[in-house]
Design a protein around this ligand. Structure first.
Ligand SMILES: [Zn+2]
Length: 307
């Protein structure tokens, strides 16, 4: 390994979904920047194959998987998904699930792993919603559980939107702690309860946001004692996001990454990070926010190995 940890990426994530607010180009832009700047080499990246049916079925129903593979989603299904169906989109989504499976495994091996993709937290076991086809986070965690790799996992979901699919899938699993910090008056309208939901008011700024985050992350790490953190590092709490109503600055989001990685490092907990949402007016800002997260992961890892 040339860099300090591995990353997961696929060129297939760049799917043509027509004129859409979801920027599928952000993955490639971020990957190319990381390579260009030389901190990571191509050999530091893992380029995943599609997840198998067996893997997907760890968190999804057979009926839903068949509908996706055969292209038999109903109009209602497509309406909830808010994405145009294509074979390429399903293939990219299957690869993305495998990416998060691998990110969880490599985080346990290396301390940190970042998936330049994933974070599709609105997908439920039996249907997709809000641009999310498969819940890669849930499949990744279920895969670790199946192999008895860890017992207790915490999901720190900092995407602008509440992690409804993930909360629902793990609602009866005492070994998976779900935490979501999000804008209360935003999608999804119905929010199945996470173990802790921190719903923020419209216009919330850095100080309040970071205060709530620090307090909760510190508590979760100390009380629940997770053996792995899955960090859902959505870029959409950003003040210039098109879908968001929070006012978190670029600097505030850097501080957010510091809180998550800092607490993990303090307690020696591995972190698997996924990108999730990000709809800034300028795509460069979305890429910059994700890039900053990777730089913070790198700084923490560097620090850790030097101790
Ligand atoms: Zn989001």
């Amino acid at each position: 390994m040339y860099g300090l940890f591995r990353l997961i990426y696929s060129d297939k994530y760049l799917v043509d979904i027509g004129t859409h607010v979801f920027p599928t180009t952000k993955y490639q832009l971020l990957y190319q920047r990381l390579i260009k700047e030389g901190l990571f080499k191509r050999s530091d990246f893992i380029y995943p194959p599609p997840a198998t049916n067996e893997e997907i079925l760890l968190a999804h129903t057979k009926n839903y998987l068949e509908k996706l593979k055969k292209g038999t989603l109903s109009l209602d299904d497509l309406f909830r998904l808010e994405l145009p169906y294509s074979k390429e989109l399903i293939e990219a989504s299957l690869i993305c699930v495998k990416g998060t499976i691998l990110a969880c495994q490599h985080a346990l091996e290396d301390g940190i792993c970042v998936h330049i993709g994933g974070g599709f937290h609105h997908a439920f076991a039996d249907h997709g919603e809000g641009f999310c086809i498969f819940n890669d986070i849930a499949v990744g965690i279920r895969n670790l559980q199946k192999n008895d790799e860890v017992e207790k996992i915490a999901i720190i979901d900092c995407d602008l939107h509440q992690g409804n699919g993930t909360a629902d899938i793990f609602s009866n699993d005492k070994n998976v702690f779900t935490f979501s910090i999000h804008q209360e008056n935003n999608y999804p309208a119905i929010k199945p309860p996470s173990d802790i939901d921190m719903g923020l008011s419209d216009g919330c700024r850095d100080k309040e946001y970071l205060g709530h985050l620090e307090e909760n992350v510190t508590k979760i790490v100390a009380d629940f004692k997770p053996e792995l953190i899955v960090y859902v590092a959505g870029a959409d709490p950003y003040e210039k996001d098109q879908l968001g109503g929070l006012l978190i600055s670029m600097e505030g989001l850097k501080q957010r990454d510091k809180i998550v990685f800092g607490n993990a490092k303090k307690h020696n907990i591995p972190v698997a990070a996924v990108l999730a949402g990000g709809y800034a007016v300028n795509i460069e800002d979305t890429v910059q926010i994700h890039y900053n997260m990777i730089m913070e992961a790198n700084a923490k890892k560097e620090n850790r190995t030097s101790i």
